[in-house]
Design a binder for this molecule. Structure first.
Ligand code: NAI
Ligand code: MG
Length: 581
């Protein structure tokens, strides 16, 4: 297999220096940046830029995670309980494939129990009836507890999902606290309207909580998707049944226990671990659920919508897949564009190192803190900039530098400091990504870096770059969801907009240019939910996120997320002897 041959030869190549941006930072600055937080054993092995050493990191003995697994049962009506069937399933460490813990496996019967608890909590319990300020304070206390337990939560998330500790501790856990405070702030600012009517009528428009929300989240951002969904639902006074992804059940159980410690009444949040076709489908079909929110693949999103329609027509928000274009114009600073395009694709496993480097060169000075956490996820990101369109005048230089950047990416144990990329989530995703790599090779794209597994165990994949990619190739059309960059060449703005829009997806896009007119033209012409200009993956709590076309239905975050969890009711009464109308 050509891809495998090309990739394994990388292991014996000489180190390639990091691009200018990276090498301009001294070792001592890097050590200083992380040492205050107490790095784990083995920390000083990091920062070899040699591909061989980088890959070797994946074969070293895994670092013992500094956390115990406390919660493995289902959370129903404020108690951790076994599944009705008594069954459990294994959640696995993606570094090794070893079992971390056996977790209660919820199915339709447990969903029934969880929905019954949520219904009681909503229909009869104190949560929707307490003042909005009291709800606000519960969410604020929860945010404080998240910060107090940040180390444990981050370690759990890294262990279960394989993303770097630098990402979970430095970015994701703080973002969860930030989102919770954002929604806490909304809780007591949700109010309706009094509208003038054509007659002697007093018309109030009330915004009521919608009821019991069913929420299904994926494995690529278990904590953040918890925050995006549970935060607005609770702020609006609803009750929730959350179904976590079977690959990553642990962190939601932990933080849900903290939410109860913060004062959440029993039954308001129920967490059911389990599989999609059983627990997930039961939640979608349940007649006692008033609203569904789902994040995951487009294929499963269609099933969710269908199950909702066939049961009680509950409204559904969907945040689905993408094939987001990242467009580099000919006026772009190529080094910066390479770095940004690299992170736009490989995100969901970078590290503080990159953060420091980028701060030091003052690249992307604005919105950087929101941006940086989205750079680390081994390409397992719905809005990954997975079609890198590069103007023909800078194309060759861009490809060369992207290759060098990918070959320097440090793959290894996500608990190890300086590692940029951990393992993929599981064997299924791992195999799927390697199948896409083979498809790229077979369809005639040029494999310029990577293309094989990294190390000999676990689910590590080499950072992979394809050049000379054509629109019709499978790797340019389908969501790979892995560390595989595909680079395509273009000549004009009109052409690249047409090609970028020629996709069933429409989640996000990146535009990299100094020309304001080109940026404005493209920002309006691209049929996507988010356009990042000269930045990428900025995920502020207040900014709406969601997709056009088959990337989804509705928006999350910001004021827009509240609409998903509120009903609108008009109350009309006659007015006698009105002084005014
Ligand atoms: P998935 O979409 O099947 O899983 C996401 C969630 O949906 C999980 O909690 C799962 O248990 C649940 N689910 C699965 N089948 C269901 C059903 N019939 N009814 C109700 N819930 C159901 O994604 P999967 O299989 O984990 O990954 C496959 C591909 O999906 C990935 O390779 C990637 O391309 C894409 N994906 C996209 C994500 C995104 O954020 N856009 C997140 C996760 C996966
Ligand atoms: Mg796991």
């Amino acid at each position: 297999m050509a891809a495998r041959r090309a990739a394994s030869s990388i292991l014996s190549r000489r180190p390639i220096p990091r691009p200018v941006a990276a090498s301009s930072i001294g070792e001592s600055a890097l050590l200083g940046a992380g040492s205050a937080r107490g790095w784990l054993p083995g920390a000083l092995h990091r920062f070899s830029s040699a591909p061989a050493a980088a890959a070797a990191a994946a074969t070293e003995e895994p670092i013992q995670p500094p956390v115990d697994v406390k919660y493995t049962k289902l959370l129903i009506n404020g108690n951790f309980v076994d599944a009705a069937s008594g069954r459990t399933f294994a959640t696995v460490d993606p570094r090794t494939g070893d079992v971390i813990a056996h977790v209660a496996e919820g199915d339709a019967e447990d969903i029934n129990r969880a929905v019954a608890a949520a219904r009681r909590a909503f229909d009869e319990g104190p949560w929707p009836r307490m003042t909005a300020y009291e709800r606000c304070r519960v969410l604020l206390r929860f945010a404080d507890l998240i910060e107090q337990h940040a180390e444990e939560i981050a370690a759990l998330e890294t262990w279960d999902g394989g993303k770097t500790l630098e990402q979970t501790r430095g970015m994701e856990v703080p973002m969860v606290a930030r989102y919770m405070r954002y929604y806490a702030g909304w809780a007591d600012k949700i109010h309706g309207l009094v509208v003038p009517a054509d007659g002697p009528h007093h018309v109030q428009v009330l915004h009521e909580p919608i009821g019991v929300a069913g929420q299904i989240i994926p494995w690529n951002f278990p904590l953040l998707m918890f925050a995006w969904k549970v935060g607005p639902a609770l702020a609006c006074g609803n009750a929730v049944v959350l179904k976590t992804a079977e690959q990553t059940p642990l962190s939601a159980l932990f933080v849900a226990s903290l939410l109860h410690e913060a004062g959440l009444p029993e039954g308001v949040l129920n967490v059911v671990s389990g599989f999609g076709p059983t627990a997930g489908a039961a939640l979608c079909s349940h007649m006692g659920v008033d609203k569904l929110a789902f994040t995951g693949s487009t294929g499963t999103g269609k099933i969710v919508l269908e199950l909702a329609a066939r049961s009680n027509l509950k409204p559904v928000t969907l945040e689905l897949g993408g094939k987001s274009p990242f467009i580099v114009m000919d006026d772009a600073d190529v080094d910066q564009a390479v770095e940004l395009a690299h992170r736009a694709l490989f995100f969901n496993q970078v590290c503080r190192y990159v953060h420091d480097v980028l701060r030091a060169i003052a690249l992307l000075a604005t919105s950087f803190d929101s941006f940086l956490w989205f750079v680390l996820e081994q390409g397992q990101c719905c809005c990954a900039g997975s079609r890198t369109f590069v103007h023909e005048r800078v194309y060759d230089e861009f490809v060369e530098k992207s290759k060098a950047r990918a070959l320097n990416r440090v793959v290894g144990d996500p608990f190890r400091r300086g590692v940029e990329q951990g393992p993929q989530i599981d064997g299924e995703q791992f195999k799927k990504i390697l199948r896409y790599v083979q498809s790229g090779v077979d369809s005639g794209a040029t494999l310029v870096a990577g293309g094989d597994r990294a190390g000999s165990r676990g689910f590590y994949i080499q950072p992979t770059v394809f050049a000379d990619v054509k629109d019709e190739m499978k790797i340019a059309q389908e969501e790979i969801f892995g560390p595989v960059q595909t680079i395509l060449k273009f000549s004009t703005v009109e052409e690249v907009v047409r090609r970028a829009n020629d996709s069933p997806y429409g989640l996000a896009a990146g535009v990299f240019t100094q020309r304001l007119d080109a940026a404005n033209t493209m920002a309006r012409a691209l049929r996507v939910g988010t356009v990042w200009v000269n930045t990428y993956d900025v995920f502020d709590a207040a900014v709406p996120f969601g997709g056009y076309k088959m990337s989804g239905v509705g928006r999350e975050k910001g004021v827009y997320s509240l609409r998903n969890y509120l009903q609108t009711k008009a109350v009309v009464t006659p007015i006698k002897d009105a002084a005014w109308l």
